[in-house]
Design a protein around this ligand. Structure first.
Ligand code: DGL
Length: 265
């Protein structure tokens, strides 16, 4: 039966494990196939056309497994390719941006939100459109923070250099009165300790992946695709280049080593 199939999740690399982590918490009985396109990382500095091509290869690979639904964990791929992926996929496709914007709009009290993301996500204005669709009067400023991805990859989650980089970026915001920050990149939730070091507890930090996980659960339920019975689901990890089974992102999220199968797209 279709509900018994795994859910496919893809990202440009291992940052999407932050989204997978939220999905497995919300959906503990589901099986997942995770694909990290580490060979082509980063997507965030590439053109929309190139990211669309890469995203299409990722979804084609996941659909061949097969899977019952696909989650685009990557904000950049969601920003530039979600509509195209939906048009070509026979199964439902969910992206992080709509959920992140809805959670941001819900969280803000003063109607001022800052979205942090990659250069390509910012350029696409996908978050601005998503906030606009919600229809609530929210003033949104976007900011690209490209240096944060390598800092997260290095495991500098709570580090003076990361805090300094955050400070340097955020002092460039034109309006500093926002009360909510949307972490619009897979890697940024790993840096919450450094963000907290900068903001204290004044500002609400919204993790798009967390918001998406509960929405995916609702949607699968409506479509009768939820696995209602059974024990803890399995996760298969696939990557397009070799990665360490115990790198900082894996250790921080899973607390144990993970075996990645190398695949060619
Ligand atoms: N996964 C990307 C995102 O969420 C960040 C890393 C990259 O640039 O590929 O936008």
């Amino acid at each position: 039966m279709k509900a018994g199939l795994p859910i496919g999740v893809f990202d440009s690399g291992l940052g999407g494990l932050t989204v997978l982590d939220e999905l497995r918490r919300a959906l503990p009985r589901e099986d997942f196939v995770y694909l990290g396109d580490v060979a082509r990382l980063p997507y965030g500095s590439k053109s929309g056309e190139v990211v669309q091509k890469y995203a299409q290869r990722c979804i084609d690979y996941l659909l061949r497994q097969p899977v019952k639904a696909v989650v685009v964990a990557c904000n950049t791929a969601t920003a530039v390719a979600l509509e195209m992926l939906r048009a070509l996929s026979p199964v439902p496709v969910y992206g992080v941006i709509g959920a992140g914007a809805r959670a941001g709009a819900d969280a803000t009290r003063n109607g001022k939100v800052l979205v942090l993301a990659t250069e390509s996500t910012v350029k696409s204005e996908a978050y601005l459109r998503a906030f606009h669709r919600i229809g609530k009067a929210v003033q949104v400023e976007q900011m690209a923070c490209p240096l944060l991805v390598p800092l997260a990859e290095s495991g500098w989650f709570d580090h003076p250099v990361t805090r300094e980089v955050i400070r340097t970026y955020l002092t460039q915001a034109s309006d500093t009165d926002y009360d909510t920050v949307v972490l619009g990149c897979t890697h940024y939730p790993l840096l919450v300790p450094s963000f907290r070091g900068f903001f204290g507890n004044e500002v609400r930090l919204v993790h798009s992946g967390e918001a998406l996980a509960s929405e995916v659960k609702e949607e699968l339920k409506k479509l009768s695709l939820l696995r209602e019975e059974g024990t803890r689901g399995k996760i298969l990890f696939h990557t397009t280049d070799k990665v360490s089974s115990h790198g900082p992102i894996v250790r921080s999220l899973f607390g144990h080593t993970v075996e990645f199968d190398l695949v060619d797209l």
